[in-house]
Design a protein around this ligand. Structure first.
Ligand code: PHE
Length: 425
């Protein structure tokens, strides 16, 4: 990697970040007014010919006034999330944002005057528990639709149960391509790892100018394996070289000396670790003690306030792809940021933004279906077009995925900063 080029680019990126952050910063004091809808109504289209697709609605617009089957007492939405265990911040942020969205919708008159009842279960970051939580949501709680999970392996463990029962499921944030391939009841509101892996390979090769990269994968994690594979493909296509062979770890490992010794010997410019924050924090710390000079990079699994808490100084200089940037100056993001901060006293992360969008996408599908009939809700979800969310404007495609833009973030002085924005492909 050419040092001067790399630092020049990094400097420009950080200067840009500072500008965006200053321009978009919300007031530090929480607003005293009751929380108003965070998402403004979508811009009204003046001509049917102005775009290829009509918006199917977003924010609160059209929800309270929807015509809804009178015999339905309320709308039951289940959520299964990691509220404890090694992925706990993922589930907690998602839960807070889903609650914020449901509260806003209920306070504004519900969906066709029906209130949303949320039933949230903690799967403790475990695949088996994810499946048993969903079993309970379907059989005992008799929910009308399900939101979850964050981690792809947990979604993959539970999605077949939703599919079999015909219960529509939206994962806010599982990016492994196989999740929505489970069947026509399974949707997502995020991009997939084929995109995210390519984004990072291009960033590492073109922006960081890396020549040699090593990959450290969690072999039991579908997300980690898929993202690592895609990174390898694109990085190699771009003329980069993968070194140190296939190194791996298992979630919860405390000592990474085995793989790190092997990686240090190959002296890569970049170490790509497609994992979650708990493990990545330890890898980042131990990489330094093994004398690695490589820049550590990864994907959305780095997005947790705990990453910096656990890795300390070693978190500085990490790069990772993510779904949105909290400093985005757009009114939709700023309104969401303020509403979340006012309700929960914490900054929202990408998980929160995706959870919030997932709840609103689902609410609009219920409104268009006009009932809790599962097939009708599924069809309405499939028809989601030009939804103007916190994580961008997106449609659900024929594979039930969302095409979205991505950002590359870095950690600087213990805080996230924007390095690059990449449009949807
Ligand atoms: N995309 C990750 C997965 O599929 C989960 C994740 C999403 C983590 C967003 C952090 C932020 O496993």
């Amino acid at each position: 990697m050419s040092g001067p080029t790399r630092y020049r680019i990094a400097l420009v990126a950080l200067l840009l970040t500072a500008l965006v952050a200053v321009g978009g910063c919300p007031p530090s004091a929480a607003p005293k007014e009751p929380v108003s809808p965070a998402v403004p109504p979508p811009p009204s289209k003046t001509k049917a010919t102005s775009g290829p697709e009509e918006s199917t609605g977003s924010g609160l617009s059209g929800l309270a006034t929807a015509q809804f089957a009178p015999n339905v007492p309320d709308i039951k939405v289940g959520a299964y999330l990691a509220l404890s265990g090694p992925q706990a911040t993922f589930g907690q942020s998602t839960r807070k944002a889903i609650e914020l969205a449901a509260d806003e919708i209920n306070a504004a008159g519900g969906i066709g005057s029906k209130q949303i009842t949320l039933i949230v279960k903690d799967d403790r970051s475990r695949k088996e528990d994810a499946a048993s939580c969903v079993r309970m949501l379907i059989d005992q709680d008799k929910v009308d639709a399900i939101l979850g999970e964050v981690a792809s392996s947990n979604s993959l463990a539970a999605a077949p149960l939703c599919q079999e029962a015909g219960v529509p499921m939206i994962t806010p944030s599982s990016t492994n391509p196989r999740v929505t391939q489970v069947g026509d009841c399974i949707f997502r509101v995020c991009f997939i790892d084929d995109f995210q892996g390519e984004v990072m390979a291009r960033f590492v090769r073109n922006t960081l100018q890396a020549q040699k990269a090593a990959i450290l994968t969690d072999l039991a994690n579908d997300y980690s394996v898929g993202l690592g594979k895609r990174f390898r493909e694109v990085f190699t296509e771009l003329g980069g070289q993968i070194v140190a062979g296939d190194t791996s770890y298992a979630e919860g490992d405390k000592d990474f000396s085995g793989p790190l010794t092997k990686i240090a010997a190959a002296d890569p410019d970049v170490l790509f670790v497609p994992g979650y924050y708990t493990d990545v924090a330890l890898v980042a710390k131990q990489a330094r003690t093994h004398g690695l000079r490589a820049t550590i990079c990864g994907g959305d699994g780095y997005d947790s306030s705990k990453l910096v808490e656990l890795a300390g100084e070693a978190a500085n200089g990490l790069y990772f792809s993510d779904h949105c940037w909290k400093g985005d100056p757009s009114p939709t993001v700023r309104n969401f940021y303020q509403a979340y901060q006012a309700k929960h006293g914490a900054e929202p992360d990408a998980l929160a933004a995706l959870g919030y969008d997932a709840m609103y996408v689902l609410a609009h599908a219920f409104a268009r279906a006009g009932s809790t009939d599962k097939a009708a809700v599924r069809d309405a979800l499939a028809g989601t077009r030009e939804f103007a969310g916190v994580t961008g404007t997106f449609s659900i495609d024929a594979q039930r995925n969302a095409k979205k833009a991505a950002v590359v973030l870095t950690i600087k002085d213990g805080a996230q900063a924007l390095a690059e924005t990449i449009p949807a492909d």
